[in-house]
Design a protein around this ligand. Structure first.
Ligand code: ADP
Ligand code: ADP
Ligand code: ZN
Length: 227
């Protein structure tokens, strides 16, 4: 089957170090454009929680702030991409993170006749990421992301989206782990900026700005590559 260019599902990639705002922006784009956010971090955390063989292997690496093996992550992403709800398009949040993963994604998309509409690099200062990550929390009810200073929950501590009072912090969001995660980003993921630039799909946004300003810039980029 050939896929018409105009109806091809969109594929967007968000690139940026831990804490850059990929998850926050992906959720906003998901609502605005009807795309599905695919976070390999979320998928891996679910595998860890469920105690699957992949989850068991991934856990120690994630706790130490390293990257989970390409083999595991590619398999998990591939399974998720083939589910029905991804047919309108996806926002890849946290994938690819290595050149091997980027090439596997190219192969995956080639086999389904899809292409990458845009790879958006969220530009931030590394120095600001410790504060972003140590203040991060997530609503257990609906997955909404919060920040103690930059995006606090309601005054009574509840989630503004679903009312849940259970906000959780990630096991790996400790100041000690941030350095290894940033190191992994610069060594293994940052080269993808040049990879997607060479492919002609790279755009970057200033992700040091306030959340809503970044969201406006992202929406403009996505709007321009969706048609
Ligand atoms: P990533 O998915 O890239 O690791 P998140 O979207 O989880 O990053 O954001 C990290 C933390 O920083 C969260 O607590 C989030 O609320 C907050 N945050 C996200 N974007 C901004 C921003 N532009 N300014 C200030 N804080 C932000
Ligand atoms: P953050 O955006 O804050 O780095 P994520 O939720 O994207 O957090 O990822 C959490 C952890 O999951 C990473 O530190 C890494 O161990 C693992 N992980 C997520 N995505 C990938 C990937 N594409 N390749 C390898 N490891 C990954
Ligand atoms: Zn909620």
């Amino acid at each position: 089957m050939t896929v018409d260019v105009m109806t091809r599902p969109a594929v967007l990639i968000l690139l940026g170090p831990p804490g850059a705002g990929k998850g926050t922006q992906a959720r906003m784009l998901q609502e605005k454009f009807g795309l599905v956010q695919l976070s390999t971090g979320d998928l891996l955390r679910a595998a860890v929680k469920a105690g699957t063989p992949a989850g068991k292997q991934a856990k120690a690496v994630m706790d130490a702030g390293g990257l989970v093996s390409d083999e595991i992550v590619i398999a998990i992403l591939n399974d998720r991409m083939s589910e029905e709800d991804c047919r309108n398009g996806v926002i890849l949040d946290g994938f690819p993170r290595t050149t091997v993963q980027a090439k596997a994604l190219d192969d995956m998309l080639r086999s389904t006749g899809q292409r990458i509409n845009a790879a958006i690099s969220l530009r931030v200062d590394d120095g600001a990421m410790v504060e972003r990550i140590s203040g991060r929390s997530t609503c257990a009810g609906c997955g909404e992301g919060y920040h103690d200073t930059f995006k606090p929950p309601l005054a009574d501590g509840s989630c503004a989206k679903c009312g849940s009072t259970e906000l959780t912090r990630r096991a790996d969001d400790r100041a000690e782990t941030v350095a290894s995660r940033l190191e992994a980003y610069h060594a293994q993921t940052a080269p993808l900026i040049a990879y997607y630039d060479a492919a002609g799909v790279l755009t970057s946004v200033d992700a040091m700005a306030a959340i809503d300003k970044v969201a406006g810039d992202m929406a403009r980029v996505v709007g321009s590559v969706m048609s």
